[in-house]
Design a protein around this ligand. Structure first.
Ligand code: F6P
Length: 531
């Protein structure tokens, strides 16, 4: 299915795509969803390549598969589950049926309960044993941490509730650093775990309960839980009125739209949280209605397929020119790599193409002074995804925001245009001559012809964040459908968990009988040094 695309790539690989980029292309190779614009003009995708890519979407039956997902079909076949995180933001949509029952009344009732709890906590009506809540600690990992942690930071300008802290790592340094900053008598601990079996989260939750128990008579009264496990949360002692449940058709890395987003709702308030949901719902509607040629998730996915599976570029860099989005690359790492890092297709057959790329990144302009050197002059091509808002949140520092935007646009321009040897000579001709001029000039050549896309929007407000995250979620879905994989399971995380459980007693002193030589030697070394 990809053969024609590969042939097309071979035919156009060596051309300078910069020459394609005129004002017509700038309009034609861009699309919008509301106020959000995706520009993919600075890539080597031309009209023929795009037609082949779009043909791919029809061949894999994307429209039917999309409708099946939104309609509650069991598309997570290896776990026998529907995939319905979209129901969590279906604020004023119709019924969503699972096994013949509409799930929306329960979804909206839970949202209302979250709303009431967050409102009471923010107003001081819900108190800790030492007074109004000043600090909220969310204990969770993976999807039960990255979404709300990223979101609270992304929406820092809207944060008007209590301080929020996030503990994820089982490394005691994580929780002890946070506990030191909080007063147990005025802290709410939210334990976020879909399964309630994640060892890191349960260990940290126990540590937090013990810490709180040293200062207050009823520590469990200052705990809330976000989980699908009623039994687990009850056994931990958390009263049912502070347990916010959800169903197994919400995948961990897709879960921040529901109860897992409680800390974010507490931080920015229920109205702003609902605006975030509306942004996600807006992107859902766009994904379901727009032609592929105007469809942001489809186009974003096609740039991914083109760069990874066709051009063979093995990584992609996400570069938000927004310091508040500094956790977005980590969030997208889980979203994209846990979803599409698979080796077999839905039928269990080996994939004949590579699965999803390595996703990485840092906010600009910081990255410019760190790894952009490799992006510009290294031997590997790294497709870049720039994110930028027209306006920041500090109007009195707008000139700094303008400098930020200039840097963002300059990077994509530099990646595309590069600098040839003649231009490089011109830069140093006044300093060197002869062979030394040639040598020095070569170090200053930028190959250019390096692809990037830019996602631009007016301002990073809650609605826009919702649009953006739903855009990336649907991109993952589309890429997964094209690859023929199940984007919604994560068996690849299991083996490490099992081996860690088996290793714990060995670390504590039991014999490392069945361990390989390297692992046994490392255990020995660490034990000699006090583990
Ligand atoms: O280890 C992977 C994973 O299962 C993720 O998919 C999930 O987001 C994370 O662990 C946390 O799981 P839970 O919310 O069940 O604690």
């Amino acid at each position: 299915m990809l053969t024609k695309l590969r042939r097309h790539f071979e035919a156009v690989e060596d051309r300078r795509f910069e020459k394609l980029v005129d004002t017509d292309r700038a309009q034609d190779f861009a699309a919008s969803a509301g106020d959000m614009r995706l520009d993919y003009a600075k890539t080597n995708i031309d009209a023929e390549g795009r037609a082949l890519l779009i043909d791919l979407l029809d061949r894999v039956g994307l429209a039917q598969k999309r409708d099946a997902m939104f309609g509650g079909a069991v598309i997570n076949e290896t776990e026998g589950r529907a995939v319905l995180h979209t129901a969590l933001r279906n604020l004023d949509g119709g019924p969503v049926m699972v096994d013949g029952a509409d799930v929306m009344p329960a979804v909206l009732a839970t949202l209302d309960r979250m709303d009431r709890f967050a409102t009471d906590l923010r107003s001081g009506a819900f108190k800790g044993q030492g007074g109004a809540i000043t600090d909220v600690i969310n204990i969770g990992i993976g999807g039960s941490d990255l979404g709300p942690a990223m979101g609270v930071l992304a929406l820092a300008p809207y944060h008007d509730g209590p301080r929020c802290h996030f503990v994820s790592n089982v490394d005691p340094a994580d929780i002890s650093g946070v506990l030191r900053k909080c007063d147990p008598a005025t802290t709410l601990v939210i334990v976020a775990s879909k399964t309630w079996t994640t060892i890191e989260t349960i260990t940290n939750a126990r540590t937090a309960k013990a810490w709180m128990g040293e200062s207050v008579s009823n520590p469990a009264a200052q705990f809330a839980a976000l989980s699908t496990s009623e039994d687990g949360t009850a056994a931990f002692g958390i009263s049912a009125d502070r347990v916010f449940g959800f169903e197994d058709w919400v995948g961990g890395r897709y879960s921040m739209w529901g109860p897992i987003g409680l800390s974010m709702m507490i931080a920015i308030g229920p109205d702003a949280f609902r605006a975030f949901l509306r942004g996600g719902q807006d992107m859902d509607r766009h994904f379901c209605a727009a032609d592929w040629l105007q469809n942001l998730p489809a186009l974003l996915a096609l740039t991914g397929i083109w760069h990874n599976q066709i051009c063979g570029y093995t990584t992609r860099s996400v570069l938000p020119y927004d310091n508040n989005l500094s956790r977005l690359p980590a969030y997208l790492q889980q979203l994209e790599m846990e979803s599409n890092g698979k080796s077999v297709n839905m039928d269990g057959d080996d994939l004949l193409v590579h699965s999803g790329p390595v996703v990485w990144g840092e906010p600009g302009t910081n990255g410019q002074h760190a790894f952009y050197q490799l992006i510009h002059q290294g031997t590997r091509v790294v497709p870049c995804e720039f994110l930028v808002a027209a306006r920041g949140h500090d109007d009195d520092l707008h000139h700094q925001h303008q400098l930020l935007v200039a840097n963002c646009l300059a990077q994509s321009e530099a990646l595309m245009k590069g600098r040839n040897l003649d231009e490089a000579r011109g830069k140093v001709a006044d300093k060197f001559e002869g062979a030394e001029l040639e040598r020095q000039a070569k170090h200053r050549v930028f190959p250019g012809n390096r692809p990037s896309i830019t996602i631009a929007y007016p301002k990073l407000d809650p609605f826009t964040l919702g649009q953006l995250l739903a855009l990336y979620e649907h991109r993952v879905f589309v890429e997964g459908v094209v690859l023929g994989i199940n984007s919604y399971d994560q068996w690849g995380v299991e083996l490490g968990k099992e081996l860690a459980t088996a290793l714990q007693p060995i670390i504590e002193g039991a014999d490392a009988l069945d361990k390989d030589g390297s692992t046994a030697a490392l255990v020995d070394f660490l034990q000699k040094h006090g583990v």
